[in-house]
Design a binder for this molecule. Structure first.
Ligand SMILES: Nc1ncnc2c1ncn2[C@@H]1O[C@H](COP(=O)(O)OP(=O)(O)O)[C@@H](O)[C@H]1O
Ligand SMILES: [Mg+2]
Length: 403
């Protein structure tokens, strides 16, 4: 500060009266107070703005909810076929309609489940769940990865299955031209572990069909009072996912010759079985749904299920002979690292083994190698493994006899 300025200031302050000083002090505190107040108001304003935006959001939510509540429900329907921007749909009551597909709905396929407007029946949305079919919770629905290559031996049986299941699905026209109707289904019978399930999966794989697996005993035990409805729904499901293979394992649990005890359980099983017969009778042999039954109790099977026009092709899947065992062994050792193994001797030692037991022996042999810290499997590993599988098998047989 220059000397002049300092002097000016002093002169100026000297001019002020004490009253003026007092006034300016009051003014300063007032300004301070007002500033504080201003700050408080600003804070309150910010809070109110926040609150208001919250309330606005709440209101909007409530409003959309209200609007949603006012909207009419949409019908659930199945797509039967597609024609450019139109589609034939089927309502749950069975009626079919030709309707328009909204532009936003993309990648529709026949068999898809869609939501349609109640009045116009136009498709407004695609949903991923399949319609009213609770049955999907009870059955296994899949596209199995098992191909024919996974099956060892069973050449004749595979050829027959290809002819009566695969060919009608892949080339139905051929059958029409020749003028014969293929069987609607087949029955695979034979001891457990011989590859019945595997065969059914392989044919589903080769025809790119949906594989729907039901176990007969579960159908009658777990879903008491619902068996018949489930059977019905399984066929509806199969048609909506066609091409499809319905695989009924342990079909004897449904279709055992009745003892006429007349208990309610018996009647229930009977109803379920009757429904199964009705469904099999009702579908088109040239359509792309096929039924494969499997049992290891052909002796107790009700012949009604194997009458002509039903599962009238019986294919026996037996215990493999030596050649069969060799083929199965090859399948299961394809990825294994074998050293100095006489395949012939091993296969000979597996006398009477089923496919499942051969697989078990191969896995066990691998474990014997791992236990000895080896990365390859030897003849001796196989010998021990075969021994072990055979002992387990005998134990199982004993258990079955003596419970
Ligand atoms: N012929 C076969 N070729 C290859 N593997 C087999 C064969 N038979 C059975 N297996 C093996 O045993 C397993 C069980 O067979 P599975 O098809 O369930 O028998 P099943 O239904 O007749 O009781 C199969 O997953 C497969 O690994
Ligand atoms: Mg099986």
């Amino acid at each position: 500060m220059s000397k002049d300025e300092t002097e000016k200031k002093i002169i100026y302050s000297e001019e002020l009266t004490s009253n003026d000083l007092e006034d300016s002090k009051i003014l300063a505190t007032t300004v301070q107070k007002l500033e504080q107040e201003n700050q408080i108001i600003a804070k309150t304003l910010a809070r109110l703005e926040e609150e208001s935006s919250l309330l606005r959001e709440l209101f909007n939510n409530a409003n959309t909810e209200l609007n949603n509540l006012k909207k009419p429900a949409l019908l659930v329907a199945d797509v039967i076929s597609l024609h450019d921007d139109k589609s034939v749909i089927k309502l749950p009551n069975g009626n079919k309609f030709y309707c328009y597909i909204a532009k936003e709905v993309k990648d529709l396929q026949s068999g898809d489940c869609v939501l349609v407007d109640q009045k116009t029946l136009n498709i407004v949305k695609k949903v991923n769940v399949s319609s009213n079919l609770e049955v999907e919770k009870f059955v296994i629905v899949e596209k199995p990865p098992e191909s024919w290559k996974e099956i060892g031996g069973l050449k004749k049986e595979v050829a027959e299955i290809k002819e009566v299941i695969e060919l009608p699905i892949t080339k139905p026209k051929l059958f029409e031209k020749v003028g014969i109707t293929p069987p609607k289904g087949i029955l695979l019978f034979g001891p457990p572990g011989t590859g019945k399930t595997l065969l059914a999966k392989a044919v589903a794989h080769s025809t790119n069909a949906t594989f729907i697996e039901v176990v007969g005993s579960e159908l009658v035990q777990k879903f008491i009072g619902e068996g018949a409805k489930l059977v019905k729904d399984i066929f509806i499901l199969a048609k909506s996912k066609a091409p499809a293979i319905i695989f009924i394992d342990e079909i004897d649990a449904l279709a055992a010759v009745r003892m006429d005890t007349g208990t309610s359980g018996e009647r229930e099983v009977n109803r379920t079985f009757m429904q199964l017969l009705a469904e099999v009778d009702g579908f088109d042999p040239l359509g792309n749904v096929k039924v494969i039954g499997a049992t290891n109790r052909l002796d107790i099977l009700d012949p009604a299920i194997i009458r002509p026009g039903r599962l009238d092709r019986l294919i026996e899947i037996g215990i493999p002979d030596e050649d069969g065992r060799l083929e199965i062994f090859k399948v299961h050792t394809r990825k294994m690292n074998l050293q100095k193994v006489s395949v012939k001797a091993v296969v000979k030692a597996m006398e009477n083994f089923t496919g499942a037991e051969i697989r078990a022996a191969c896995t066990e042999a691998g474990f014997f190698a791992i236990r000895e810290d080896r990365e390859y499997v030897t003849q001796n590993d196989f010998q021990q493994a075969i021994e072990k599988v055979r002992l387990e098998e005998e134990d199982n047989v004993k258990d079955e006899f003596f419970g």
